[in-house]
Write a protein that binds this ligand. Structure first.
Ligand SMILES: C[S@@+](CC[C@H](N)C(=O)[O-])C[C@H]1O[C@@H](n2cnc3c(N)ncnc32)[C@H](O)[C@@H]1O
Length: 253
């Protein structure tokens, strides 16, 4: 297994996962022996590279990653990066015509029992897609497994990618201005009886599926366990995030 810096030396600086996030991800995987990882949204495959490297320390460690068909022709692309690292055999890569939601359906058909120890969700950041994705992931996540959400404070309104786009023009203002992934975390995951150990760190949210809780029969069991939310403050924030934080401190929602 390489260090995070050795991985960066091989793949170069590629969006999006930062060095700091890669270190956090690697530590979480290693410390909790999270051998089987599901990744939703890989883009060039920077995050996949760090995850594949982290699980390569386990005999059967692997990552299954899903993105849209367009990720196949990225330069570099996920498979190229994994080849460079000598980790191609650690990853199963899926390119989907429409959405990871479809591939998750196929995985559920294939696996009646939960199979993953960790899901890294860094895809649509959209309530409609990722709200549903959470419930599908839940069925595939083992008790004791973790889910990490990236870009908790992302919204369409601030996105340079969507600026001036037809998607944005046609979107109701409320949807544009909503931190949709944050709502997935706060309204769906934090309120789910089978999840606990909530933590916010920078733009990431973590939750653990409580050990001893099955995907379907979660209600009641998790509720009896202590639930806490830890918020780790960021050192660097942009203007948009600073305003959100100020708003939250003032009790605005
Ligand atoms: C921020 S990028 C992922 C970055 C990557 N995790 C990293 O850190 O290197 C988000 C990715 O999610 C993908 N995505 C968005 N919605 C998706 C969907 N519904 N199904 C599959 N992929 C999706 C996009 O194509 C894009 O490549």
């Amino acid at each position: 297994m390489k260090t995070v810096d050795e991985v960066i030396e091989v793949i170069g600086k590629i969006p999006y996962m930062t060095r700091e996030q890669a270190v956090r991800m690697t530590d979480l995987i290693r410390e909790n022996r999270l051998e089987r990882v599901l990744e939703l949204g890989f883009y060039h495959g920077a995050s996949t590279s760090f995850i594949a490297n982290a699980v390569s320390g386990f005999a059967n460690g692997s990552v299954v990653c899903i993105d849209k068909e367009r990720a196949r022709t990225m330069e570099p692309n996920v498979e190229g990066l994994l080849e460079r690292l000598g980790l191609r055999d650690r990853a199963r890569v899926h390119y989907e015509p429409t959405s990871y939601l479809w591939r998750l359906m196929k995985m559920l058909e294939e696996h009646p029992e939960p199979v993953f120890d960790l899901c890294y969700l860094d895809g649509a950041h959209n309530w409609f897609v990722d709200g549903f994705a959470f419930f599908l992931v839940d069925r595939l996540l083992k008790p004791g497994g973790w889910i990490i959400l990236d870009d908790l404070n992302w919204r369409y309104e601030d996105s340079p990618t969507f600026r001036g786009s037809e998607t944005l023009r046609n979107m109701p203002v409320e949807e544009r201005e909503c931190f949709q992934l944050r709502n997935v975390f706060e309204l769906l995951i934090q309120r789910h009886p089978a999840y606990g150990k909530f933590r916010e760190e920078g733009n990431w949210a973590y939750a653990q599926k409580l050990p001893g809780v099955s995907a379907v029969a979660g209600a009641g069991v998790g509720a009896a366990q202590l639930k806490t939310l830890t918020v780790v403050k960021e050192t660097k924030v942009g203007m948009g995030e600073a305003l959100i934080k100020l708003g939250r401190r003032l009790g605005m929602r």
